[in-house]
Design a protein around this ligand. Structure first.
Ligand code: SF4
Ligand code: MG
Length: 316
């Protein structure tokens, strides 16, 4: 079994005044070295918050983030710096992430320069990482606005790779791109995984993207992880009624293309989630217990975890 790269254990969502901090409740997620873990949920479910915490750019208000077995909050000095570099985040909007006044070359050289990672010539260091990201190094003297969305995404990826990370958190990293470009960038992520031995947390609301790229999938609903399984298992035998509803009656337009089903009812406010099982107001199987008691996670098949009271009934 592969080593654990990261584990996020959040005991209780602390009641801080900012909604974003309130977003997680008893989340415990383990990411294994070398895997692609897809994290799925509707917008507002807390998946971006969890992604930021995993990448180490947002400290959890309660609980711990373990990176290679060590609590990130206890790291100091060079160990902290290494952990910061080893986990990198790739955001949705490359334009917002790229300083418009810096050339592509400067953008890619910036962080590794600061951290002393460039041993030889900066120019060839930059060329190497641009080439890895599928960007033509001959164009490195230009500014980001001179490129298409797909090319900017590659610059953004080269910038992340240039600090030699081991773990990439991709938050809707291809969502803003045309479908054909999306496929290219997803394939790039997969190639890089092989070449550079990367581990990914892939945050997305797009089930097609997640099915294409993930080894395992975790499903979030209103700040809780409600189901986790290998990718083939989650798509063929979804257990949790929420997951089933996500996947139900979604016409497979073409292989690899899935969209969210239109779900009954509104997503309740994460600031005032329903008691018991958060999903009970929208669940066709909800019963009295669901309104009172939070369902605990159970392993219902090897590596397949689900938090629904119906699994208790079946076990009896
Ligand atoms: Fe539905 Fe109850 Fe299961 Fe929640 S615990 S998903 S409400 S059956
Ligand atoms: Mg988001």
């Amino acid at each position: 079994r592969p080593d654990i790269a990261a584990r996020i254990a959040i005991a209780v969502g602390a009641a801080k005044p900012f909604p974003i901090i309130h977003a997680l409740d008893k989340v415990d997620l383990t990411i294994r070295k070398g895997e692609v873990l897809g994290l799925v949920g509707e917008s507002g479910c807390g998946k971006s918050t969890l992604g930021r915490i995993a990448a180490g750019i947002l400290p959890p208000s309660a609980g711990q983030v373990f990176w290679k077995g060590e609590d990130r909050a206890t790291l100091r000095g060079s160990r902290q710096r290494d952990a910061d570099l080893e986990a990198q985040m790739i955001f949705q909007n490359p334009m917002a992430a790229l300083n418009p006044r810096m050339t592509v070359e400067k953008l890619v050289a910036e962080a590794p320069g600061i951290h002393g990672l460039i041993k030889g010539s900066t120019s060839s260091y930059v060329d190497d990482y641009l080439a890895k990201a599928g960007f033509d190094p001959a164009m490195k003297k230009r500014l980001p606005h001179q490129f298409s969305g797909g090319q900017r995404a590659r610059v953004n990826i080269a910038r992340a790779l240039a600090v030699q990370p081991e773990f990439l958190v991709c938050d809707e990293s291809v969502a803003a791109l045309d479908v054909s470009i999306q496929a290219q960038i997803l394939n790039l992520f997969m190639d890089l995984r092989e070449q550079l031995d990367l581990t990914y947390l892939f945050v997305s609301h797009d089930l097609g993207v997640v099915e294409h790229i993930s080894d395992r999938v975790a499903i979030m609903y209103l700040g809780r992880l409600i189901e986790e399984a290998p990718v083939a298992e989650i798509f063929s035998r979804p257990n949790h009624p929420y997951t089933q509803q996500l996947l139900a009656e979604v016409p497979r337009i073409r292989p690899g293309k899935r969209r969210f089903a239109a779900m009954k009812g509104e997503l309740p406010s994460p600031l005032n989630p329903p008691k018991g099982c958060h999903f009970h107001p929208r669940c066709p199987h909800a019963h009295e217990r669901c309104r009172i008691e939070v369902p605990q996670k159970r392993e219902i098949a090897p590596g397949h975890i689900s938090a629904c009271h119906l699994n208790d009934k079946q076990a009896v």
